[in-house]
Ligand binder design. Structure first.
Ligand code: FAD
Ligand code: SF4
Length: 448
């Protein structure tokens, strides 16, 4: 194998910007009205049932069809305050659009995601703040984490008349909307503008660079505030546990994805031959993004079959149409390094045994690589609860009930730090449900 070939500037900034355009262009007014006209406005609409935040989908589509775009946006944002982001990042092909009655052999589903994007973008462009706060309840809630779960909770609490202080460890709010979602889904400063819109309701203060467990304890928050919501997300990355994992050129996909979002992508070092290990959406996101930065050969290797991949069919298709080669049924056994720098990965073929357990076949092969990304998942570690009474965990995450109450009195939790699908839309719903439960706890009233 040859020496490593990893460098910045494989493509110039103009080419990269062009590659990072949205996967689908936004709908214009005429296209939106035409697409809205395809909706049958179903009674007991299956699309609404499939939406984790229960958006009245036929309701907002009808408003678009009658030219009431502001009303459509409000219908969306009432249920999902991050409806703008979710329009671009939700796996609609597995949720609302999968069950649309128009989804038949002859017809395609109504493009709900693009219609949602059309309505919310129009409201944001016009700088409209459609929400107002209820009169003050005099209660004050601490929200830990300014990701989708925390911000959704904070917004709903503010709407219901509570004061909210959000404690955020990082310098910028937004969580993975700011640091993790693929740059071709979250164009420009969209995440920051959405946070601004959320804070525009008033009554929410964010303390940035302030961490639970380091700067304040959970016990102290419970003492000072009337209720606490934990929206901590995942805070640890799974390791491969292989020899050579610390070689230069080997890194965690999420760290590099963060750099693409936060730095000038044309200045990032990219390998000519890139290997991605993993089969979820993070693996697809890194593979597609390094291809867009100019990597020549990108191979994504996953240890099980295509149907077992965490990445949706749509995401797999996006990878393939961007020139990523997906190789199934192989697991990494060794990172191959030379002089401390990665030069390849040795894999072993895999198969299921009679009990459907994955096993190596003993046959190996090697892929040359100048850069290797580990994308084998993230998890939650309860490190923020040192010196405090900690909430009970369930399979490594914070245990919650249907109202997102934890085992500790006055403490709620939601998003990736609790069990459930790790999706933006699910985190938003958790935050919203927790806010209503907190409101009921603080005021005795089930709603505003
Ligand atoms: C690479 C990647 C791509 C993804 N792509 C998609 C996608 O396309 N579509 C989709 O629906 N979902 C996607 N997801 C999943 C989605 O981003 C998450 O499910 C969602 O962000 C979870 O929201 P959250 O608020 O629970 O956590 P996060 O977004 O992680 O936010 C948690 C916040 O808490 C803060 N925090 C953590 N610990 C502390 C502490 N001790 N003190 C103070 N603050 C703290 C963090 O800094 C962070 O701001 C992706 C995830 C990744 C990693
Ligand atoms: S299922 Fe499809 S056709 Fe029916 S209301 Fe939803 S989007 Fe419209």
């Amino acid at each position: 194998m040859n020496g490593t070939d990893i460098r910045a500037g494989r493509l110039d900034a103009v080419q990269i910007a062009d590659n990072y355009r949205a996967l689908q262009p936004p709908l214009d007014e005429m296209q939106a009205i035409q697409e809205a006209a395809r909706c049958l406005f179903c009674f007991d609409a299956p699309c609404t049932e499939a939406c984790p935040t229960c958006i009245d989908i036929p309701g907002f589509i009808r408003r678009i069809s009658t030219g009431n775009v502001r009303g459509a946006a409000v219908t969306i944002l009432e249920e999902n305050i991050m409806g703008g982001t979710c329009a671009s990042v939700c796996p609609v092909e597995e949720l609302c659009e999968a069950v649309c009655v128009k989804n038949t052999a002859e017809e395609k589903p109504v493009e709900i995601g693009r219609l949602q994007d059309y309505a919310t973008a129009s409201l944001f462009e016009r700088g409209i703040q459609p929400f107002t706060r209820a009169s003050s309840t005099g209660r004050h809630v601490a929200v830990v984490g300014a990701g989708p779960a925390g911000l959704a909770c904070a917004h709903r609490l503010a709407m219901l008349g509570h004061e909210v202080t959000v404690i955020e460890a990082r310098d910028k709010p937004g969580g993975l909307n700011e640091y993790g979602l693929a740059a071709y889904k979250m164009l420009g400063d969209r995440a920051a503008r959405e946070v601004e819109f959320i804070l525009g309701i008033g009554g929410i203060e964010i303390r940035k660079g302030f961490a639970l467990g380091r700067d304040v304890s959970l016990d102290a928050l419970r003492e000072v505030y009337d209720a606490v919501f934990l929206g901590l997300g995942h805070n640890a990355v799974n390791a491969l546990g292989l020899d050579g994992e610390d070689a230069s050129g080997v890194s965690n996909a999420v760290d590099y994805i963060e750099r693409i979002r936060q730095e000038d992508p044309s200045g990032l070092p990219v390998g000519r031959r890139v290997v991605v290990i993993g089969g979820g959406n993070t693996a697809i996101d890194i593979a597609v993004q390094v291809k867009k930065l100019g990597a020549e050969y990108v191979t994504l290797v996953y240890r099980r079959g295509e149907a077992d991949m965490g990445a949706t069919d749509h995401e797999q298709e996006v990878a393939q149409t961007n020139g990523v080669l997906i190789k199934n049924w192989a697991q990494p056994v060794r990172i191959l390094a030379d002089g401390g720098a990665v030069r390849g990965v040795e894999f072993e073929y895999t198969e299921y045994d009679a009990q459907h357990r994955l096993r190596g076949t003993g046959e190996t092969f090697a892929l040359e690589a100048d850069q290797v990304f580990k994308a084998i998942g993230q998890h939650f570690e309860p490190t923020g609860f040192a010196d405090s009474e900690a909430p009970a965990l369930e399979r490594g995450r914070i245990a919650v009930d249907a109202q997102r109450r934890t085992s500790l009195a006055g403490v709620w939790a939601g998003g990736d730090c609790v069990a459930g699908a790790d999706l933006t839309v699910v985190a938003v719903q958790d935050g919203k449900l927790a806010a209503h439960s907190i409101h009921e706890f603080l005021t005795g009233a089930p709603d505003g």
